[in-house]
Write a protein that binds this ligand. Sequence first.
Ligand code: AMP
Length: 216
Amino acid sequence: MEMILLGLPGVGKGTQAKKLEAALNIPHIATGDIFREAIKNGTPLGKKAESFIEAGELVPDEVTIGIVKDRLGKSDCKNGFILDGFPRTIKQAEALESILSEQNKKLNLAIYLTAEKEILIERLSGRRICEDCGATYHIKYDPPVKEDICDECGGNLIQRSDDRKETVEKRIEVNKEKTLKLVEFYSKKGILKEVQSTGGIDNVHQRLLKLIEANN
Ligand code: AMP
C-alpha cells in the first residue's frame, strides 16, 4: 500500500501516520522529521533546510524531492509506505509520480485529513516533542505521565521552534493554497479520500483503518 497523508500543519498527519505504521507494518516517512534530524546533526542538508523551517516556509522543491527519492529507494519501502508532509506542492506531486513509476509502482491512496483552523492552532501550540526520540505529545490532549519528560525514553520534551504561535499561523497560511491544489490534483486522479481528523486520536485511527481496508 503506497499512500500519502495530506492536510494542514497540526491536522494529525504525524500522529496518525505513526499509528498506521505500527498497524500496517510499512514505514512512516515524514520529510519534516528528516529535516529536523539533519538540523540536529548539523549535516549539509540540515544547514540548507534550517532557515526555511525556522521561518515557517517551505524548503525548496529540489532539496526535498532529492531526499524523498533516496528514502523511497530503501528496501523497507518494498511493500509500501506512508508519506507524511510530502508532497506539499504540485511539483513534488509530479516528482513523486515519476519516482514511483521508475519503480513500477503508483500511489494507491491520498488521504486528506481535515479540521478547523482553531483546532489546528490549539494542537500545534500545545504540541511537545522529545528532543531525543522525537515522540510527540500534547499538553492537554496527550500529556506525558511526568511533565516535560518523554514516556518512551525519559528524554526532555521541548516545543518545536516552528510551533510558536507566531509561526503556526504563518505555516497554516503558507500551506493552505498548496494543500487545496494537491487535493484537486489527487481528486482528478480518483485516489483522494477525505477524513475528518477530530473526535479523538483513536477514533480517527479507526476511520483510517476502515478506509484503507476498503481500498486495498
Ligand atoms: P512538518 O513536520 O511536516 O510540519 O514540517 C516542518 C517544516 O519542514 C515545514 O514547515 C517546512 O519548512 C519543512 N518541510 C517539511 N516537508 C516539506 C516539503 N514536502 N516541502 C517543503 N518543505 C517541507
